[in-house]
Write a protein that binds this ligand. Structure first.
Ligand code: COA
Ligand code: AMP
Length: 638
């Protein structure tokens, strides 16, 4: 750890004194066609907008400007794919020509500024080119994670109404080939909105038949574009124009389309690379996530490129591709200085290689910091990573909605002491309070709702796509003057933030955010199910996994196991394998309050083997014994 005192407190105080001056200065690190007229306009948008009047282009800042300033031959993107045994390096110069070509290909399909493009792709370089090409021509991309099923993709198609969809024939999950094209076809059949064209990247592991008149072969269009020397220029967009929509689980089955703008996003992400992650331009930065998640958007694609770093796109897993040394191999081979991943990946590695013995095989001398986010970093995992890696392990907390860190330990400003279990302190831009149900701040070390004072800083969502009212209702209504994070936790006497749980129905499975309400909707659609409840139960690897309870309709006398298997398959089919829904338990009745509310919290405590008390409002206490017995049969509970 740096022996000098951290500059964090001074920098945070500077932001508090003069937020506009602070962000105005940060904005100078970005190239603008027209500088913003106002750093922040409180009258614009729902809670104000950042950098109004500014005109810019995110692709220009992420690619072109580095080529112009001497990084032409520096690697921009390293594609490392143990599942296909491929490694490919794209310099900034090569990245620019790929993005220019793809931008031109999209324009040939009539894609224009403001049009939406869905990207449903595995972790291949073309997915990154696609995001940047959209940014280049002012189109709005919406990347959909590959582990979602056709129905989820269809919901997003209907909401975003893309002109074009970019996809691939298949993804590779470890040794398993996952065909994407049948899911895409099914999604387009299910969706009311039909895209005008689909561009399909054929992968040799599983080629897909193309639909005449709608589907186009990526490679053929690329060759055509090369032969005709096609190119595309950066289209100037307003700082407040949307760069992308990223759907995330909401409290119902309908996902929320989080909108990200161009200007504020660039400013905050660029700032974070230097001061939060402590990485210099030219260094190699690796986020082991997926481009389908916000971490992938911000820290595989945009932030490292905006900062002039080399970023790594890793198509593999922490274990099994081929072993638990995979991460160390990537770090040493590509000389990464920082790794950002979810704690679940480290739990997976620890399980396979408890002493970290594989680390000794690799040269990690350049590796400086491990960053964890996506779920609570449990202290044993943090302690293990510190012990085996001998570098600082930094937990930091953020959400799809914010696009970057709310609370973290800014190593670029000088690392603060690490406290296991805490995501550390708020970043400049965020005033984080812990409040009770009446929005009154609670004392230190008291658990409450975690809220962020408005306005949210640059990069955070200005609204939900096409749903201003839902945005206000879901995030701004409950705690006036604040953004509701829907996380609960506390601050200690040093102002360190501890994020403990969600206050809504979201669970976090292997760092993936899922709605139990959405799963309940699927279970309830089974013809034999009368009632159901889904909750997250503790899991040593994934943090939490969903567990469903079903009550069958009267008169249903098929074997329970058969129906349980069917509902498990239904969730996989309707939501996708990413839900990791493998456990459904049939019970005679569900425990409820006298007003009919299912006691999910109490069931969860029983399942996790935690101490629990009989809720005073329970309708029939005997039901909890039945639940405990059913859980015990499945190896859960005390
Ligand atoms: N396309 C298709 N299927 C996918 C997929 C994708 N892009 N990503 C995951 N899936 C499938 C998996 O194959 C698995 O299917 P299965 O039920 O048939 O085995 C299922 O979805 C669940 O995936 P996951 O929860 O990731 O479990 P896993 O057993 O494959 O891997 C870990 C477990 C811990 C190794 C893995 O979750 C991991 O590396 N997590 C890192 C977390 C992360 O990247 N978080 C993002 C935010 S930082
Ligand atoms: P997502 O939008 O998928 O990034 O998920 C965001 C949610 O994940 C947050 O609201 C938290 O519930 C959880 N989360 C993310 N990072 C952390 C962290 N460092 N500590 C605790 N919870 C986290």
């Amino acid at each position: 750890m740096d022996a000098r005192p951290s500059r964090y407190h001074d920098v945070y105080a500077r932001w508090q004194r003069d937020p506009l001056g602070f962000w105005g200065e940060a904005a100078a690190a970005i190239d603008w066609y027209e500088p913003p007229k106002k750093v922040f306009d409180p009258q614009a948008g729902i809670y104000g907008r950042w950098f109004t009047g500014g005109v810019c282009n995110t692709c220009f800042n992420a690619v072109d400007r580095h080529v112009l300033s001497g990084r032409n031959n520096q690697p921009a993107l390293i594609y490392d794919s143990p599942v296909t045994e491929t490694r490919q390096t794209f310099t900034y110069g090569r990245l620019l020509s790929e993005v220019q070509l793809l931008g031109a290909m999209l324009r040939d399909f009539g894609v224009d500024k403001g049009d939406r493009v869905i990207i449903y792709m595995p972790m291949v370089p073309e997915a990154v080119f696609a995001m940047l090409a959209c940014a280049r021509i002012g189109a709005i991309h919406s990347v959909v994670f590959g582990g979602f099923a056709a129905k989820e993709l269809a919901t997003r198609i209907d909401d975003a109404k893309p002109k074009v969809i970019l996809s691939a024939s298949c993804g590779l999950e470890g040794t398993r080939v996952v065909p994407y094209k049948p899911l895409l076809d099914q999604a387009i059949t299910l969706a009311r909105h039909k895209p005008e064209a689909c561009l399909i990247l054929q992968r040799p592991q599983c080629e897909a038949p193309l639909v005449a008149g709608r589907d186009h072969d990526w490679r053929a269009r690329w060759e055509h574009a090369v032969n005709y020397a096609k190119t595309s220029e950066c289209v100037p967009v307003a700082a407040t124009d949307p760069l992308y929509i990223l759907y995330t689980s909401g409290t119902t089955g309908v996902p929320k389309g989080v909108v990200r703008d161009n200007g504020g996003h660039m400013v905050a992400l660029k700032w974070s690379m230097q001061y939060l992650y402590g990485v210099d331009p030219g260094e190699v930065y690796w986020a082991a996530s997926d481009v389908g998640w916000v971490v992938g958007h911000s820290y595989i694609v945009y932030a490292p490129l905006l900062h002039g770093c080399t970023t790594i796109l890793y198509e593999g897993k922490p274990v099994g591709t081929p072993d638990a040394g995979a991460f160390w191999r990537v770090i040493s081979e590509h000389k990464a200085v920082a790794l950002f991943t979810a704690p679940t990946a480290f739990r997976a590695i620890k399980k396979e290689d408890p002493d970290g013995a594989l680390i000794a095989k690799y040269d990690l001398s350049r590796f400086r910091t491990l960053f964890l986010a996506g779920e609570r970093a449990d202290p044993p995992t943090v302690a293990w990573a510190e012990r085996v890696l001998k570098v600082p392990v930094i937990d930091h907390w953020w959400q799809t909605e914010t696009g970057w860190c709310i609370a973290g330990n800014p190593v670029g400003l000088g690392q603060l002491p690490v406290k296991h279990g805490s995501a550390c302190v708020p970043m400049p831009g965020y005033t984080v309070d812990i409040v009770d149900d009446s929005c009154r701040p609670v004392a230190a070390n008291t658990v409450g709702s975690i809220v962020v004072k408005l306005p949210l800083p640059p990069a955070c969502l200005p609204t939900l796509w096409g749903q201003d009212e839902r945005f206000k209702e879901a995030y701004l209504a409950e705690f006036p003057g604040y953004y509701k994070t829907a996380d609960a936790g506390y601050k200690d006497e040093d102002g360190y933030i501890y994020v403990m749980s969600r206050t809504d129905d979201i669970i976090n499975v292997a760092g993936h955010r899922l709605s139990t309400g959405g799963m309940e909707e699927v279970l309830a659609s089974h013809p034999d199910v009368a009632e159901c409840a889904v909750l997250g139960v503790r899991d040593p690897l994934k943090g939490e996994v969903p567990c469903g309870f079903i009550v069958l309709k009267a008169g249903v006398n098929r074997p329970h196991e058969e129906i349980e298997k069917e509902v498990v398959a239904l969730v996989r089919d309707k939501i996708g394998p990413v839900a990791a829904f493998k456990l459904a338990i049939t019970v005679a009745r569900l425990p409820k309050t006298r007003s009919g509310k299912i006691l999910r919290g109490t069931i969860k405590k029983i399942a996790d083997g935690d101490p629990w008390t009989m809720p005073a409002t329970i309708d029939d206490p005997a039901i909890l014994d039945e639940i405990a017995a059913a859980l015990k049969e499945h190896g859960l509970g005390a």
